[in-house]
Design a protein around this ligand. Structure first.
Ligand code: SAH
Length: 237
């Protein structure tokens, strides 16, 4: 394999969490084949004192600890030796939500992903590196590693050669390249045709592809309208 199609460096206090689930299944095979690459640096290795300190108490008081800007900066400089063009991303609940259109952009660039712990990282190092702040959703996790893995998984599955059927990624929820753009997906059914007294919808058994297409699009629209009306509103805007 020549150059990977997508490369990332994760900065973390828990390097053993990587590649974690991304070392298995399709992403894992693609990693082995060199379709994408992932390196992990331990933020603690960039600490300079004998206690290997990475955090300190917050100015202004309050509970918890803050990751020190000088240590995070040194770790980023370390990552830049591996990925000189890397865009620095910080996973944080304060960031922009991770969406499919954002994933489509990020899969095309090298990423240096900072995984926070404790209360997060010093604001100044975020500004100094003009970090792209990304949130996995409106809830608080204990660290940025799971968000980083989620971001990487979303990018990697879009790379050519990762998912067998190129088509499988086109018709899914949120995909931006089809008539289902921005909609939730329609429901799926497989054999048997009757299970626990529940029937597969007739249309799907009809073999009429036009009808099936119309039914699926209708299902996508009605499910989205019921569950995520804001997705339809945002689409119109
Ligand atoms: N004090 C912070 C939460 C810190 S949680 C706040 O209230 O905003 C510790 C770390 O976990 C964060 O620095 C961040 O890197 C990560 N994290 C937690 N929840 C996250 C989310 N929803 N999206 C992305 N990263 C998250």
């Amino acid at each position: 394999m020549t150059q990977p199609l997508f490369s990332a460096v994760a900065l973390t206090l828990f390097p053993d969490m990587f590649p974690g689930p991304l070392g298995l299944s399709l992403a894992g095979k693609a990693l082995e084949k060199g379709i994408w690459s992932l390196k992990t640096l331990n933020i603690r290795d960039f600490s300079t004192d004998k206690h290997a300190t990475v955090d300190d108490s917050p100015y202004g008081g309050g509970t918890g600890m803050v990751m020190k800007p000088d240590i995070i900066d040194a770790a980023i400089e370390g990552a830049k030796k591996i990925l000189p063009q890397g865009r620095v991303v910080y996973m944080t609940p304060r960031g922009v939500p991770l969406t499919q259109p954002l994933v489509e952009k990020l899969k095309n660039i090298d990423l240096i992903i900072v995984c926070g712990r404790f209360e997060g990282i010093d604001q100044r190092v975020i500004e100094h590196h003009d970090m792209l702040e990304i949130s996995l959703g409106d809830y608080v996790l204990s660290g940025g590693e799971i968000p980083a893995l989620a971001l990487l998984d979303a990018c990697v599955r879009l790379l050519p050669g990762v998912i067998g059927k190129a088509d499988a990624t086109v018709q899914e929820s949120f995909t931006i390249t089809s008539e289902y753009a921005g909609l939730l997906e329609y429901p799926h059914y497989t054999r048997p045709p009757v299970w626990m007294g529940r029937q597969v919808p007739d249309t799907l058994l009809s073999g009429n592809h036009e009808q099936i297409k119309t039914w699926r699009l209708e299902q996508s629209k009605s499910t989205t309208a019921a569950r995520r009306p804001e997705l339809i509103r945002d689409k119109k805007e």
